[in-house]
Write a protein that binds this ligand. Structure first.
Ligand SMILES: Nc1ncnc2c1ncn2[C@@H]1O[C@H](COP(=O)(O)OP(=O)(O)OP(=O)(O)O)[C@@H](O)[C@H]1O
Length: 683
């Protein structure tokens, strides 16, 4: 079956930790540069936010002077007029500060949201260019987590965190200056108290951070389990696994709770200790200040203003230390996002300058020409290295060389696939690698056997050659695991062949842009893929220029129009996630209509093996016939009628073409084909 649904939740997938291990570590400055690089297009908004931030901070600092005036000129001098005047000034300052705060808050949070939206957009655009091998080796849950929680973390840090930190820095410096002007002696006293406060902030803050990280990891595991259970709900329920899954889930949630308890404990302790130290320090400073007032060294107003500034400065320090923790978290999140952004597609296009396009007029008689191709899945051969080769491989990796010994025989043109092999080697978990090695060898691989002797068997496609003339129909038959779907993957250039060449209308596909190759193929996988969306959106998915009429026309040709019209909102009916509201045959007809709308010259069809009821079967058969009219078709055949009507049949066995010809010739000439037809093909 063609693995169109590449993202699965297989246990054997590499975790992000393994992915991260392979990626180069980011330095703090590169992370900051990357993050603030996203602010560059919004210089105007940054300027407004910063101006508002400075103005609002100055307003709050000015308030201290207002308080001093109230105390000295109003209270102490018992002057009602001065009190009234001071009241108006203070209210004016408060209103001004509040307006500036509005702008500061609005634009800072706006910038956070903006940066987050931009990062999400570019991350998604990048992810959809990565080749399937990447998604086979990375857990979906991890990618989703980078998308959602990591970008959300950045959003809150850029929006709120940075704003709070900047405001606190301005406040702290301003308060410090005003404190020293008000009373130098008291300022020195405060300076003795500040380090006392910083010690618990540093020690306990570290503990809080460690436990936050651990609890984030545990939350990610919970997310992974929800993702897996809900996607596989049918299997879960069919095996009455609800209770067992719930128990397992409860265990994981309790794990989060346990971790959270430790984090909360340290956080609460931190708050309590900082409170004791800061309040004690303030009271001691206030006491010393009161003594100075009695000795008439400073005025009562000055003391009040001083305490006000000391509280502001203390608050600013607490905020800064909190934000530093947040920034560290954000740095981790940025690093995880940057790693994803730096992940390169395993398939690389040759330089734009030498890329050509296929002119529809120049389409040659031969639509596809496949010559002597070999292919091994990336990473599949690593398990087959001899201990000596493994040692060499590790050594060359340590020295930064990319080639593993098993790749050294490859031609320079296969460098992209070499890169992908190196990537996957780095990221594949050992269980996956072992599984792959086993599957590729069809059980022939045994521990302790000579690895070199096994090497040829790891090839999924072995020296395959065939041509498909324009307008002809080629059927591929073979046992499960013979390599039929892999051939499709190679034609669509999801992977590069290790040796040999594939030509599309006379041009090597490696010389064509990827989109140019793929725009010549319409793919109908065995399991029809339905996206969450309306019927129209699902059919029109393959062609953004398709009109409503084109979509209806295609649905009619695919014998889907009738059942679509019976849906509650016809073509606008929502199909639900993965098309849960449709039957198997209906999904297939939607997929066929999608291929009709695409109107591509070559069809890649993977005939469904799942049994449909007789009338559905007939509809799907007729729909496929419509689709294949006047098209070049390669079809992975599971039905007798398909092979009987094919212009050529290729019999694939363990990656080799072992027989080819028309049905009646092969049935007579090839034992394997005869056996295959008799046992496997349905009427
Ligand atoms: N992404 C992959 N990574 C590693 N090995 C793979 C991958 N996909 C398939 N294989 C292996 O390649 C071999 C050929 O698989 P392929 O899916 O091409 O077979 P198939 O003939 O289409 O089988 P089926 O009829 O069961 O779909 C199998 O041994 C399979 O285990």
């Amino acid at each position: 079956m063609l693995g169109i649904n590449h993202i699965s939740t297989s246990q054997s997938k590499a975790t992000a930790a393994q992915l991260n291990a392979a990626a180069p570590r980011q330095t703090s400055s590169s992370i900051i540069k990357w993050l603030f690089g996203h602010l560059r297009p919004y210089k105007k908004q940054v300027a407004i936010a910063l101006t508002a931030l400075i103005l609002s901070s100055l307003a709050w600092l000015l308030l201290g002077q207002g308080i001093k005036y109230v105390v000295d000129q109003g209270f102490i001098a018992s002057n009602k007029d001065a009190l009234e005047q001071a009241l108006f000034i203070v209210i004016g300052v408060v209103v001004f500060g509040s307006i500036a705060t509005y702008f500061r808050f609005y634009w800072m949070v706006w910038l956070g949201e903006r940066v987050c939206a931009d990062i999400r957009k570019s991350l998604f655009s990048h992810l959809v260019t990565l080749t399937p091998s990447f998604f086979e080796n990375t857990r979906t849950g991890e990618i989703i987590s980078r998308f959602t929680s990591d970008t959300t973390l950045l959003q809150s840090v850029v929006g709120t965190g940075v704003s709070m930190a900047l405001r606190s820095i301005v406040m702290f410096v301003g308060a410090l200056v005003l404190m020293s002007i008000t009373s130098f002696t008291l300022t020195i006293l405060v300076f003795i108290a500040v380090p006392l406060m910083l010690i618990p902030i540093r020690v306990l803050g570290n503990k809080v951070r460690i436990h936050s990280k651990l609890s984030q990891d545990k939350v990610a595991q919970v997310g992974g389990m929800i993702d897996e259970s809900l996607h596989e709900i049918h299997t879960l329920q069919a095996y009455n696994h609800e209770h067992a899954s719930s128990t397992l889930f409860a265990g994981k949630v309790e794990g989060v709770m346990h971790q959270a308890r430790k984090r909360i404990h340290f956080r609460a302790l931190l708050i309590a200790i900082v409170m004791v130290i800061s309040m004690t320090a303030i009271f001691i400073v206030a006491y010393m200040g009161a003594l100075m007032v009695i000795d008439e060294k400073i005025s009562a107003g000055e003391l009040t203003a001083f305490v006000f500034y000391a509280v502001l400065a203390g608050g600013a320090i607490a905020t800064i230390s909190e934000v530093i923790g947040e920034l560290q978290k954000a740095a981790g999140a940025s690093e995880r996002i940057i790693e994803l952004m730096q992940e390169m597609p395993a398939i690389t296009e040759v330089s734009r300058a030498v890329l050509s396009e296929i002119n529809p007029q120049d389409r040659s008689e031969v639509a596809l020409s496949i010559s002597n191709i070999d292919f091994t899945y990336p990473g599949a051969s690593i398990e087959l290295l001899t201990p000596k080769e493994e040692k060499q491989s590790r050594f060359s990796k340590m020295r930064g060389k990319k080639n593993t010994p098993s790749q050294s025989h490859q031609t320079p043109s296969s460098s992209a696939s070499q890169n992908s092999q190196v990537q996957s080697t780095n990221t594949l978990s050992s269980s996956k690698t072992a599984a792959l090695a086993k599957s590729n060898n069809k059980g022939e691989f045994e521990e302790g056997t000579n690895a070199n002797a096994q090497k040829p068997n790891s090839k999924v496609i072995n020296n395959v050659s065939f041509d498909v003339a324009s307008g002809k129909r080629v059927a591929i038959v073979g046992h499960s695991g013979a390599g039929k779907s892999t051939l499709f993957e190679l034609l669509l250039r999801f992977y590069d062949v290790d040796n040999g060449e594939i030509q599309l209308f006379g041009q090597p596909i490696k010389q064509l842009p990827l989109h140019e190759v793929r725009k010549h193929f319409a793919l109908v996988p065995q399991d029809a893929v339905i996206f969450a969306g309306s019927v129209s959106e699902n059919i029109g998915f393959s062609n953004p220029n398709a009109s409503e009429d084109d979509i209806k026309e295609a649905a009619k040709m695919a014998f889907a129009d009738e059942f679509i019209e019976q849906l509650p909102q016809g073509y606008h009916s929502e199909l639900g996630e993965r098309g849960v509201k449709l039957s198997g045959g209906q999904k297939q007809r939607i997929a066929i209509a999608r291929a009709i709308v695409a109107n591509r010259p070559i069809l890649l069809l993977d005939e469904a093996t799942s049994a449909l009821d007789a009338s559905s079967e007939q509809f799907v058969k007729k729909a496929l016939e419509q689709l294949m009219q006047q098209k070049t078709t390669i079809i992975i055949a599971h039905r007798l009628s398909t092979v009987v009507n094919a212009d050529e049949i290729l019999v694939l066995d363990k990656g080799n073409i072992i027989a080819r010809g028309k049905h009646h010739e092969l049935y007579e000439a090839s034992e394997v084909y005869k056996e295959f037809v008799d046992l496997q093909l349905v009427e």
